[in-house]
Design a protein around this ligand. Sequence first.
Ligand code: ADP
Length: 322
Amino acid sequence: MTVADETRVATHSPRSADTEVTLDVRGLRMRYGQVDVLDGVDLTARRGEVVALLGPNGVGKTTTIEILEGFRMRSAGEVSVLGVDPAHGDEDWRSRLGIVLQSWRDHGKWKVGELLAHMGGYYQPHSTPLRPRPRDVTELLARVGLSEHAEKRVNSLSGGQRRRLDVAIGIVGRPELLFLDEPTAGFDPEARREFHDVVHNLADFEDTTILLSTHDLDEAEKLADRILILAGGRIVAEGSPDELARRVSRESEVHWSIDGERYVHATSDVTGFVRGLFAEYGDDVADLDIRRATLEDTYMTLVQRHESGEADDIDTTSFEEE
Ligand code: ADP
């Protein structure tokens, strides 16, 4: 793995409409007890696409991913993963998936290279001419930057090295679809950037579809072709990082005060709003300030509205600042 000189952003072009759909989810629901955690999630991903499921902790990202992996039974909805309902996925289907679990805790006494060869052995019966399985261990170690650690025991690796091993285990079977649940939690900035390179390479050169969950907007922006924002049990916004940014940049915040009391209003028509403000309050308007919303602002706004049970109408907000 090489460290890029500068921070990379998602570069490959969006997949065209006729590219094979690898993930197709309609009306996914998940109820725990009396609580509907997922309340009608729709999502798709095409071959080679990197899709980020973005949302705050506890919103249902892991639940969604584990349903798609076939590890949890959904309450309702239609789910197709590589053309198969995960509730009925067989060994052959499973061999086409890659799953990066939270850090690998077992097999501490195994040597890194031996563990990868062992895990790879499970994929051998599922090898095809197009996707030779498993991946060559030497090549894999180089790819994740662990070549010089092949002979080390797993329990002697640093945290960052262990995460790379997690990724290596996730891709040893040359998956068509890779699931990454909060992949860089606990990474330092360098490990993060290296990890981002690995993800870009998998999508760009091997056409691997990648679904990653994260609560980190920056990560979603750097890695994903498309971001899905999960809030209140549904996907509340969706688009490429650019599209979401454009959607947001149409919104601006107007800040002002009257008699020492501060106000803020989000609008896509700043001129019209300010004109109305002066028409109504004239010289009483003070401290006028106009701020363009960032992607993060919008994300926070959407999430907070859904958490408080309000609608996600970001055009007509008006509220008093403390
Ligand atoms: P995220 O990955 O976005 O942090 P999760 O999918 O882990 O969210 O959890 C979503 C919600 O569902 C949380 O409130 C969590 O407590 C709850 N939850 C997750 N798994 C279970 C379970 N097996 N039984 C009951 N509640 C659960």
